[in-house]
Ligand binder design. Sequence first.
Ligand SMILES: [Zn+2]
Length: 487
Amino acid sequence: MMLNIGCAYPNSLHEKDGSVLFLIRGEREKRLVVIGDGSEVFRELEGTVSSNEGLRMKICDLSVANSHVIRKHFPHTRPVSLRKFKTTVGLGDRLGVASPGHIELMKGYDVGPVLAQQSIRELTLTGRTFEDVLSDVVWAVFQEGYSGGFGADGDHLKSMEEVKLALDTGYTMITLDCSEHINNITGLSKDDVDRMYIEIDKGTRERLERRFLSGEFKLESGLKLMFSPEALRLNAVIYQKAIDFAIDVFCEMIKPCPRELDFEMSIDETPTPTDPLAHFFVSLQLREAGVDLYSVAPRFCGEFQKGIDYIGNLGQFRRELKAHQGIASHFGYRLSVHSGSDKFSVFPSIGEETKGHVHVKTAGTNWLEAVRVIIHRDPGLYRELHMFALEHLTEARRYYHVTLDISRIPDMLTLRDDELDGLMNQDDARQLIHITYGLILQEKDESGAYRFRDRIYRCLYENETLYSEFLRKHIGNHLKALGLEGR
Ligand SMILES: [Zn+2]
């Protein structure tokens, strides 16, 4: 194979035990080149060996197996706990090509990036695995020569098995989604609550009553929390199973893990906002059971819909955020804000109230910026995606709750190519493309070939620099709105 060194990624140059490694950009895919066969890393990587003027060289695919070899020999390519960072940001990347842009941005900030972050739902919808997601990130970190540290989040894990899978794959953050253990019934009568409370075992009830009914809790923030017997019973009925589940997961899976882990408890996927009293009820018990929390994700008031700004009362949001922050500071963890993509109107209060000690997750917005690249460079493909999304909207709505109204989406047929970009600034069109990503990526034609997937990847590969530029600008705007300053 002819090697065109001009296509090498300059930051990807690494050296180990006499071998030199770097990534090159081929016409269709990137490859790893290793020169000098004296090292263990040369021997362990899978690839094609050739000799040139006495130099032995190996050309390798950016495979999952090879990413393990890279992780073994280059510690900065392994995910780590991000506790040392005050601010951390989740950057879910559904396609596995956004990390170079994210890293370029993060080089300018003192912010811990979670570069690998996918939920089981996202893995199913994109046809990827935890291994694939992490491997793509490892190669991006290698390409960019990034040694600032990054996390890998098994997001919204709902069972012991899912947690185990993420941990076995090397993930360093576990976001435990307790929604299936939260009793989400609203409008219960007092009698219903009393009846359900009695079903909780007697020992637990006595412990809860001793702990929560013996007086007021005063937090350093000035927040005072007082449980009436009714409030205690209600919170126990709603949350006790979720608390017990989180304690079990922590004791069985998180604590015994030899790596340092960032453990998040998410109670955000509920129909009603988390009452600060409920937040405290959950966290006090976790703390007293020895659970070391990195972050807690409450469900905030208003709506955090995918890919668009916050919908709700900003004043009320700030008041409730302040109360939740008081609880988070009391226990020493950070609040985690889910569905943080594009929530520009609440970022200033989040930045101020948490003083930057916060975790904000984004995901869908990175996909939407990829679609923006397609609009700019292959408008014909975008038009096909748009039509397909409109045709499959009903199906997509099963996975995501959004208020999108198609009648507000401008008729694409009346738009010129240079006007299509405006669709990515229109809430309904954003949500249309946001929630249909899984269907778009998985759609196959009669011959069994992907209808859009390969063309999407090709367009993004050919326009890697433009995608990176869009991400730096757009995610950079998120960081600025949170009040973060670049280095
Ligand atoms: Zn969430």
